[in-house]
Design a protein around this ligand. Structure first.
Ligand code: FES
Length: 103
C-alpha cells in the first residue's frame, strides 16, 4: 500500500509498504515527526497522526487503549490515530496522514 505523510512543515512524503505497522514504515523511511519511541505498544504517542477526513473509513476507529493515550495529548482531534496501531494492508492504499504537532 502507498501511504502519504504530510509533515508538520507541509512536505508530502509517499512511501510504500506491504506489512507491519504504519509507524514502522514511517520510521524506516525517516518520516520527520514519527519517532515510534515505545516501539509500537501504544504508550508514547510519538507516532500520532491525523487521518485525512475522507479516509477515516480506511483506517477504522481507535481502540480503547489508543483513545486513552490520545485523550492525554494536547494536539489530538477526532481524526487522531497512533499509527503504530495501523496495520498495513491493501485497504490502506492511498491513505493520507498528517503528522501531528508535538511539544
Ligand atoms: Fe508509541 Fe505508537 S509508537 S504509541
Amino acid at each position: 500500500a502507498k501511504i502519504t505523510f504530510i509533515t508538520t512543515d507541509n512536505k508530502n512524503i509517499t512511501v510504500e509498504g506491504t506489512s507491519g505497522s504504519v509507524m514502522q514504515l514511517a520510521v524506516d523511511n525517516s518520516v520527520p515527526g514519527i519517532d515510534g519511541d515505545c516501539g509500537g505498544v501504544c504508550s508514547c504517542a510519538t507516532c500520532h497522526v491525523h487521518v485525512a477526513p475522507e479516509h477515516v473509513e480506511k483506517t477504522g476507529t481507535a481502540s480503547e487503549i489508543e483513545e486513552d493515550m490520545l485523550d492525554l495529548n494536547d494536539y489530538s482531534n477526532e481524526y487522531s490515530r497512533l499509527c503504530c496501531q495501523l496495520e498495513i494492508s491493501d485497504k490502506l492504499d492511498g491513505l493520507v496522514l498528517q503528522v501531528a504537532e508535538s511539544d
